[in-house]
Design a protein around this ligand. Structure first.
Ligand SMILES: Cc1cc2nc3c(=O)[nH]c(=O)nc-3n(C[C@H](O)[C@H](O)[C@H](O)COP(=O)(O)OP(=O)(O)OC[C@H]3O[C@@H](n4cnc5c(N)ncnc54)[C@H](O)[C@@H]3O)c2cc1C
Length: 568
């Protein structure tokens, strides 16, 4: 069972009772709330106070967010557990997911920072009010995080007064701890400090968006700050900001998987019971293809996500592979989710607009996901730097097993300075792909060979081409991303014992995507004739096999009909 089914969650294996308890209680909370009330709150833009109450009562964020050494004796931070919780929240609604996501974003600068005393204070604060917020973005500066007009003004007595405003800050209406990124006014040194949204010098100006979640604009007016509220400064504050995003952008992929999984069940249940011209909708040939493709894309999202989790968890100073797989989890997985929604909507058509199901809400809300924590472009600009190292300078690493135990993810809270990104090394993808011989995988491997030829033939000039033409970089980066995506899917499929037919069917869409991206590079203004000629070699057709198609459809997809309906 690859996809989340909340009704079968008790069958899963957990490293400990507490992990099981928080997942099952959360599912039960949503199912008891039921679809009708969930949709009413969504439509009335009711802030998720009820969820905040539940989280506080069950002390859930404390269990999920705190690293080892803080909170309970056996406390540990696990990306695997975060994945599960994020997926569950996404499954039921973005407002709940967002409350969780921005809380972890808001708290991580504290635990990445140098202020040990505040870390212990934060545990107590979290128990009183689990909502946190991450105050980075400003109205005028968007993705340009170097510019910050939020300032700490030094006072004669050694304290500071904070002045400035922030924009697009989730939970900024209620958070007990808002981590604010800014500069010290007289030195321009970066700084992270913590404020409380209920302080009299904190003004919550508005909810910038018209939605159930609160994405605030807030201002600080001479808000008093002492060293006790500063968590880091200078280069360390800058690193803590980027490292916080490194940890948390992962939630975007897992949240997206949850959202789309729920939509998938709804679409499947609807189509399987709708009879037109004497036939069920699920019997139409194009619907079969759309369902199979949707399922394969969704299964691939999940398989990739699980494996990327392992690389987050095994990270160390010598193993920074997560810095490639993490942006892919954020960017590619969320965008794949949008593709799945398009297909499902084509199937269920008018039903997808109706107010009594999750689907109409899910398609709208998912669209925001690729735009959070660095846009698609910013993430692609980042990972394209890894192309030379990934393809031409692999390194041997010990085999990484499925890491779903009770270990603390030590390194995530000790990532250190954010430098040397382009020098990160990877295990050889060729060796991973060599572990499996399936018809579509073989085609995919030929496409990779052609892409390698493209890289070799382009030589050092490719870097200049991409620097001059960002649009070209995006196209070249899509294929790089696809290769790394495929690598982790193959690894994950082996661990999860995914059958060969399903894996081969997944690589059917992977081959088609490869061809699509190759045509995209071919069509770019910057592509040279030599590059265009090699692009044509990458364009290939998947190996069709109707027997496999029908088998996967029956065993993996249509077998899910009526296996999940949310409580009314
Ligand atoms: C619903 C929602 C919730 C949010 N929550 C939070 C939050 O809790 N805390 C917080 O701090 N922020 C939050 N944000 C802000 C979010 O992180 C920003 O939207 C994001 O950083 C991008 O800024 P921008 O949308 O203003 O785009 P802009 O900065 O205006 O970018 C415009 C365009 O330029 C491109 N671009 C910019 N820089 C580069 C580059 N270096 N390379 C290539 N292309 C580039 C972008 O891709 C984009 O297409 C939230 C945003 C939304 C919509």
């Amino acid at each position: 069972m690859i996809l989340l089914n909340p009704k079968k969650y008790q069958d899963r294996k957990y490293p400990d009772e507490r992990s099981k308890e928080i997942m099952l209680k959360t599912i039960a909370w949503f199912e008891n709330k039921g679809m009708k009330k969930m949709k009413e709150d969504y439509r009335s833009r009711e802030f998720t106070y009820d969820f905040a109450e539940f989280i506080k009562k069950e002390r859930i964020f404390e269990t999920l967010f705190l690293p080892k050494g803080y909170g309970e004796k056996d406390q540990y931070y696990s990306t695997y557990r975060m994945f599960e919780f994020s997926e569950i929240c996404g499954f039921y609604g973005t407002a709940y997911w967002y409350m969780y996501h921005v809380s972890t974003l808001g708290l991580d600068p504290v635990f990445l920072g140098d202020n040990e005393e505040f870390k212990h204070k934060a545990v107590q604060k979290l128990r009183k009010n689990p909502l946190c917020a991450f105050g980075l973005s400003e109205k005028q500066h968007g993705a340009d995080i170097y510019s910050s007009d939020m300032k700490l003004y030094p006072q004669k007595d050694g304290t500071y007064l904070a002045n400035g405003s922030k924009y697009y800050i989730g939970n900024g209406n209620e958070a007990g701890m808002v981590s604010v990124f800014g500069k010290i006014a007289d030195t321009d040194e970066y700084v992270f400090f913590i404020v409380d949204s209920k302080h009299e010098k904190y003004e919550c100006i508005q909810n910038v968006i018209n939605a159930q979640n609160f994405v605030s604009e807030f201002a600080l007016h001479d808000y008093p700050i002492t060293d006790a509220e500063i968590t880091s400064r200078g280069k360390k504050a800058w690193d803590d900001m980027l490292n916080t995003i490194n940890i948390c952008k992962f939630n975007i992929g897992s949240g997206a998987i949850g959202i789309v999984t729920h939509s998938f069940y709804e679409a499947l249940n609807h189509a399987a019971h709708r009879n037109l011209y004497g036939k069920y909708v699920t019997e139409f040939p194009h619907v079969k293809r759309l369902f199979l493709d949707s399922y394969c894309r969704l299964a691939a999202m999940k398989l990739f996500g699980l494996r990327a989790t392992d690389y987050m968890r095994c990270a160390s100073a010598d193993d920074k592979r997560y810095l490639l797989f993490n942006p892919i989890m954020k960017m590619k997985v969320a965008i794949q989710g949008e593709e799945v929604h398009e297909m499902l909507w084509d199937i269920i058509a008018a039903r997808g607009f109706e107010k009594d199901i999750y689907f109409e809400q899910a398609v709208v809300e998912l669209r925001g996901f690729p735009k959070l924590e660095g846009t698609r472009h910013v993430n692609m600009a980042l990972i394209a730097k890894l192309i030379p190292s990934y393809f031409f300078n692999p390194k041997k690493f010990d085999e990484v097993p499925r890491l779903n135990g009770a270990e603390n993810d030590d390194y995530l809270f000790a990532q250190g300075p954010t430098k040397g990104y382009a020098k990160i090394q990877f295990h050889d993808f060729r060796k991973t792909f060599a572990t499996k011989n399936l018809p579509n995988l073989e085609v995919f491997k030929e496409q990779i060979k052609a892409y390698e030829e493209f890289l070799m033939a382009s030589g050092m000039e490719l870097g200049d081409q991409m620097l001059k033409d960002f649009d070209f970089l995006l196209a070249v980066g899509e294929i790089f991303t696809l290769v790394a995506y495929g690598q982790l899917i193959v690894e994950s499929a082996a661990i999860e014992k995914v059958d060969d037919d399903l894996l081969d069917q997944i690589f059917d869409f992977m081959v088609r995507d490869f061809s699509r991206y190759a045509l995209d590079i071919y069509s770019k203004n910057s592509a040279t004739e030599k590059q265009q000629a090699i692009c044509l070699k990458m364009i290939k057709k998947p190996v069709k096999n109707m027997e496999r198609f029908e088998k996967v459809l029956k065993e993996h997809v249509y077998s899910l009909v009526d296996t999940y309906h949310m409580n009314p």
